[in-house]
Design a protein around this ligand. Structure first.
Ligand code: JEB
Length: 239
């Protein structure tokens, strides 16, 4: 899997070299390429933004640098196997199932906007050439797309076959298909007693049936408390 990042702050992605994603890069599972969008400007000030047509606050990212960067980084041929991701507050909420789908992609290009966003023609052009995803991390406002690109990268790469030492652990995580759409149950390890707080006795019983039942009950309880929106979905084990 090749991952490209287009941003006016490419140094944001240096962190990928020290993380597990960096280890995947060393193992050849992923290739990481960060690019400075300003490298595709031609004026002295390396300008990437301009005022919004129709007025309004803030600045909008000009289409020209993006188009030239696309030509050089992706090419000028249409290829639906290339996934181009535009993080945006107006995007579709990014989910674990979206991460799972992207984990089989051979090429992902992250377009990290800043200011008020990117000229919409850039997205329209990308849609005419590649598979485009306009996604949002959640209902809060960030200053740009870089943090979202990092979060999406981690969610996707950890699902790439060969990345996780123990792929079975993926099945028990919150939001994974194996969890019936339920939140993960509380976790405990040694010591059994810590600052007057004990591990639930059932977990020390060695009775696998009771342990499984306790864990499911806890997942149902937590999901009902914290994510009632998940309890109505068809994939959840609660109805
Ligand atoms: N994914 C995601 C996001 C973003 C996000 C993503 C890209 C950009 C490019 C610019 N901004 C600043 C900005 C601020 C306000 C209005 N419009 C734009 C971005 C915010 N904010 N919140 C999320 N969940």
């Amino acid at each position: 899997m090749r991952l490209d990042y287009l941003s006016i702050f490419p140094a944001y992605f240096d962190v990928l070299d020290i993380s597990l994603v960096g280890k995947a890069a060393i193992n050849g599972l992923v290739e990481i390429h960060a690019h400075d969008l300003r490298d595709w400007t031609h004026d002295r000030h390396r300008t990437v933004d301009d005022t919004p047509c129709g007025g309004g606050a803030g600045m909008v990212m000009k289409p020209d640098p993006w188009g030239e960067a696309f030509d050089e980084i992706i090419g000028t041929e249409s290829d639906p196997s290339v996934h181009v991701i535009f993080p945006a507050p107006s995007g579709t909420p990014f989910t674990q199932s979206a991460a799972a789908e992207l984990s089989s992609a051979q090429r992902i290009v992250f377009c990290c906007g800043r200011y008020e966003g990117i000229d919409h023609r850039v997205i329209d052009y990308a849609r005419s050439m590649w598979t485009v995803h306009e996604v949002s991390l959640g209902d809060y406002v960030l200053n740009g797309g870089e943090v979202a690109a990092l979060a999406i990268t981690e969610a996707v790469v950890r699902l790439v076959p060969g990345f996780m030492g123990n792929p079975e652990s993926l099945a028990e995580e919150s939001f994974s298909a194996g969890q019936d759409g339920l939140l993960e149950y509380p976790l405990f390890t040694r010591p059994v007693s810590w600052r007057g707080l004990d591990v639930p006795e059932v977990l020390m019983s060695g009775h696998h049936g009771r342990i499984a039942s306790w864990r499911r009950d806890e997942s149902v309880r937590l999901t009902r408390e914290r994510r009632p929106d998940l309890t109505d979905s068809d994939s959840s084990g609660i109805h």
